[in-house]
Design a protein. Structure first.
Length: 292
């Protein structure tokens, strides 16, 4: 249909090029057989490693997925993309880690060596995952909704339209993380003051969550006692909680209002108001709810 509608030869050639590029991109790669030594070596390595650690092998024997359990009972996957010159060349390793996973490899190494390095890396990240698992299990995490093991940030609900975004360092999970408060000024200014005044109380010997409670002098809303809707309100303009993956993160500073909005919704609304003014990239205007 696209080719038939072309008005001239030049347009026809441009459209034909586009169609062919799309067709080639969607064509599965042709499987090129590898030398017999590759398959015999790979099968031998899998048998030495143990088939109980293998969760997936593709039909071409070029992709292998292995599973491992860390000392806290968490299961993890590593995906190996093997090259035709394996084991002379190391496979590409894909993991769900918050840090880079670089393997040490020699031509005489095997999958067992990669697996041992994978287990060692899991243990090095134990403290990081312990800290975030405690947060995920005992607080209301607004974002990310379904955190991966590589996610280093958590936006934790504190109260009605008030939250804190915590960025945890995977290498130093027991140290004070970067904290960014979201909400109306009258609610977040006291929290910032408490964090700054109590920062000397941070104790790396206790958990990250307990430290946050102690420094902010609060108890985070409990998953057992409250529903998410008790403190996560919909945007006052589009009446939805999620908009293109974003949640309402701008709140009216008027204490009696405190209505939250998506940044995109608020920006579009204020742009249409004749009373709004802009300074550099910041727009100032009235709240759509209380006109303050």
């Amino acid at each position: 249909q696209r080719l038939h509608s072309c008005p001239d030869l030049v347009s026809f050639m441009v459209e034909l090029k586009t169609v062919l590029e799309i067709a080639l991109k969607n064509t599965p790669d042709l499987h090129i057989p590898r030398p017999p030594e590759y398959y015999s070596c790979l099968v031998r390595d899998l048998e030495i490693l143990g088939w109980n650690k293998v969760t997936y092998v593709d039909t071409g024997l070029t992709t292998v997925k292995l599973k491992a359990e860390d000392s806290c009972g968490r299961w993890h996957l590593i995906t190996l993309k093997l090259k035709a010159k394996y084991p002379t060349e190391p496979p590409d390793c894909l993991v769900d880690f918050p840090v880079q996973f670089a393997i040490s490899w020699m031509p005489q190494n095997s999958l067992l060596d990669i697996y041992k390095q994978f287990l060692a890396a899991l243990e090095s990240l134990k403290g990081f995952w312990d800290a975030l698992d405690e947060i995920d299990g005992n607080t209301w995490v607004l974002e990310p909704e379904h955190p991966t093991r590589s996610a280093t940030a958590r936006r934790i609900a504190i109260g009605n339209n008030v939250s804190v975004n915590v960025e945890v360092d995977p290498h130093h999970p027991n140290m004070l993380p970067e904290c960014y408060f979201l909400g109306a000024d009258h609610a977040v200014v006291p929290l910032r003051a408490k964090l700054n005044n109590n920062i000397h109380l941070w104790d790396p010997e206790i958990s990250l969550l307990q430290n946050l409670k102690d420094l902010l002098e609060i108890d985070f809303p409990s998953r057992a006692m409250l529903e998410k809707s008790d403190f996560a309100k919909d945007c006052g303009i589009c009446y939805a909680y999620r908009l293109d993956g974003a949640t309402p993160d701008h709140v009216c500073d008027e204490p009696r209002c405190g209505q939250p909005f998506h940044q995109a919704c608020l920006y579009e609304w204020l742009q249409g108001l004749p009373t709004s003014r802009q300074s550099f990239n910041v727009i100032f205007g009235e709240c759509p709810y209380c006109n303050k």
